[in-house]
Design a protein around this ligand. Structure first.
Ligand code: DQA
Length: 160
């Protein structure tokens, strides 16, 4: 018997596809936080645009923001068998968190890493992502559109 693919392994088995969107620390401040870097859209506006696009793609989204590394790990653990894929902007934890990397590795679901800004054009400490080599795709540098492009990419993986 062929091994189950990563795209099907940990997925929930019925209903429209559900995508967990995880937002890390300080992203609750979007709209007023360094708008020259992150744009003027609030987190609620990003989630609402994602919800609308998800509807067009036959998906549903569930969004969660936390400033706490442990809460983000718990959210990833609880995604397995409950949702079909994950978009994650781990924000500053992208560059530091072995715990979030390990939670992604344990997930066995398609995961796309998202960043509003182009982290490679910024300070050197942001050039390293502990997630990029364990996720299915990375979208960065397009502001709020990074999330929308990532959702389209994930929908393609889920449709395969
Ligand atoms: C970010 C980039 C990170 O370096 C930063 O710590 C963030 C946001 C982005 O979306 O561009 O908080 O993940």
């Amino acid at each position: 018997m062929a091994a189950a693919s990563k795209a099907s392994k940990g997925r929930k088995t019925s209903g429209p596809g559900t995508v967990l969107v995880l937002h890390g620390p300080n992203l609750n401040l979007l709209g007023s936080r360094e708008p020259e870097l992150y744009g003027s859209a609030t987190l609620a506006e990003i989630d609402s645009a994602l919800g609308a696009l998800a509807g067009e793609l036959g998906l549903a989204i569930e969004s969660f923001q936390s400033n706490s590394e442990g809460e983000l790990v718990t959210a990833l653990q609880s995604a397995r068998g409950r949702v079909d894929g994950v978009l994650v902007n781990a924000a500053a934890y992208t560059h530091t968190s072995v715990a979030i990397r390990d939670a992604v590795l344990a997930l066995e679901l398609p995961v796309i890493e998202v960043h509003l800004s182009n982290i490679h054009r910024r300070e050197e400490f942001r050039h390293k992502s502990l997630l990029s080599d364990v996720v299915d795709g990375v979208v960065l540098g397009f502001g709020m559109d990074s999330y929308l492009l990532a959702l389209r990419g994930l929908a393609g993986i889920l449709a395969d």
